[in-house]
Write a protein of this length. Structure first.
Lengths: 102, 428
């Protein structure tokens, strides 16, 4: 268990580190993120029934997305959609949404 | 919403938008001096594009939305009105917020002609609107010429399509309510591609759900021009077998070629005539008339080919097409969700082009589509689409997307949450 947590933590560091190191075009990430808005609300502020993404903790959100992608976290739909993105793209999205106002 | 001070700062640093002059905030429709975008059609594609061009230009680009209807009526969820578990009010949203919150200028009218040389659109009620960039999102129009009997007087009032939510949704519900128990409701489905691939099969479920409660001796007959169910096939077939056994009958390879509305009879290319108590015919369709008339329907004279980076028409410069009117990329459905995604992709590109920036070179977006197989239980299909620079089209990302393992009530709740969210993202 401890080992698992450690592995995830270092994986997250690698991914976030990568996202920070790359010059991610903010307008490109904004466009990618707007695709999430259909279900999670404009600027990540959702209507009733779906989760808001704005202002979420960056590391928590990225862990969740990576767990959806690996199949570790069950879902109705996000396990399918998360597989459409690279880990780096998911990290850029988590960084983007975490910076938005709740 | 943006405060005046923020706006002044944004405009001051936004390159070519800096020359626009000051505006009184986001409720303003602009000074009239900024770049002008006209949007034709206030559905999922056009309304989203109008809102996002305003937002992403920091309210510096003037946007005029031309839409003939006074309110937005959603096609998604409209099958539940036919089933009786939702009302028209549930699927209707006003356009007020686009105007009040985002300063979109709303013109309730139809565009009769686009002059792409003068960059001008002509309105049915008179007058014209100039544009720097035009966004055309007219949805679909029907190929009535392939069903000659539908040209007869009164035929279109009797044999309904109900494939554009609104008056025909209400009228078909009335026909179903008036149908005696023991009657046959027949639904004719055109060859793909058509708007909303799973929609007809969901409709069959919703009508069967209503019949189960109100007219249990009645029958739902699906007459599909396609070789098989075009979307979520195993899930729909399971619903018909488990939930509506003996009531729903599915017949593939039934291509309708004519309708006799007087006798409610369907004629087919290869099969015997079918007569129904309530006949619901979804005709073949193509890009909205205004797109066809303007010469943008370059694919089989039906659909508009575009550059998927910007949604600009390959045939007409400075005119962008989105939603159901486009020649779709492989495995891309014609859906409201997809049109909403097109709206944002197009809006970002239009803002970039009008401010001298390069549009995003790697669009990535998704489709999520829920279908109700009963009043509560839902199945979905999802996909992720990414731009392929070599093939110059959107391709689904290998390993992504999929369908529900089985119909379930949890996704029924998510489906309604999806509706609330996409309506707000499109219109609020």
């Amino acid at each position: 268990m401890k080992l698992n947590a450690l592995v995830i933590a270092s994986a997250l560091t690698v991914v976030t580190g990568w996202a920070q190191a790359q010059a991610v075009d903010p307008l490109q990430v904004r466009s990618w993120a707007s695709a999430c808005a259909s279900c999670h609300g404009t600027h990540g502020v959702a209507q009733a029934g779906n989760e808001s993404l704005a202002g979420a903790n960056k590391d928590d959100m990225l862990k969740k997305l990576l767990d959806f992608k690996s199949g570790k976290k069950p879902a109705t739909i996000m396990h399918q959609l998360s597989k459409g993105y690279s880990d780096e793209q998911l990290a850029a999205l988590a960084t983007y949404f975490s910076a938005l106002k709740k | 919403m943006m405060k005046r001070r923020q706006f002044v700062q944004t405009v001051g640093t936004a390159g070519s938008l800096g020359a626009l002059g000051l505006m009184s905030g986001c409720a303003s429709t602009g000074s009239g001096k900024g770049p002008k975008v006209v949007v034709i059609g206030g559905g999922y594609g056009g309304a989203t594009a109008a809102k996002y061009v305003r937002m992403w230009s920091d309210y510096g680009i003037d946007v005029t939305l031309v839409e003939p209807n006074s309110t937005f009526i959603s096609c998604p969820i409209s099958n539940l009105v036919l089933g009786g578990s939702k009302t028209m009010a549930d699927i209707t949203t006003p356009y007020d917020n686009l105007v009040k919150r985002h300063g979109v200028r709303l013109v309730q009218d139809m565009v009769t002609r686009i002059d792409s040389d003068k960059r001008m659109v002509m309105l049915a009620k008179g007058g014209e609107l100039p544009y720097d960039r035009l966004i055309v999102s007219p949805g679909v129009d029907f190929m009535w010429e392939n069903l000659p009997g539908m040209a007869k007087d009164g035929a279109k009032d009797k044999v309904l399509h109900s494939w554009k939510a609104g008056a025909q949704t209400v009228a078909l519900r009335k026909q179903l309510e008036a149908m005696p128990d023991g009657g046959v409701y027949a639904l004719s489905i055109p060859l793909a591609p058509y708007r909303c691939p799973p929609g007809p099969y969901e409709r069959a479920c919703q009508v069967a759900s209503y019949f189960t409660k109100a007219k249990p001796k009645s029958k739902v007959l699906i007459l599909d021009a396609n070789d098989d169910v075009t979307s979520k096939g195993p899930l729909f077939k399971k619903a018909w077998a488990d939930r509506y056994a003996g009531m729903v009958e599915y017949r593939p390879k039934h291509k309708a070629v004519d309708v006799d509305a007087a006798t409610n009879t369907l004629k087919f290319e290869f099969n015997d005539d079918v007569k129904a108590t309530v006949l619901n015919v979804i005709p073949e369709m193509r890009a909205g008339d205004i797109a066809v008339k303007t010469g943008m329907a370059t694919a089989n004279k039906r659909w508009c080919e575009i550059d998927f980076l910007t949604h600009e028409s390959i045939a007409v410069k400075n005119v962008h097409v989105l939603g159901d009117s486009i020649q779709i990329a492989p495995a891309m459905p014609k859906s409201g969700h997809m049109a909403n995604q097109h709206g944002k992709t197009c809006a970002a590109a239009v803002v970039a082009l009008l401010t001298g920036k390069q549009p995003n070179q790697l669009p990535i977006y998704n489709n999520t589509c829920y279908s109700f197989v009963s009043e509560e239980d839902v199945v979905h299909v999802s996909s992720v689409h990414r731009y392929d620079a070599e093939k110059k089209t959107m391709l689904t990302v290998a390993g992504s997307g999929g369908v529900s393992s089985a119909a379930n009530e949890l996704e029924g709740r998510y489906a309604m949450a999806w509706a609330r969210n996409i309506w707000a993202d499109t219109l609020a």
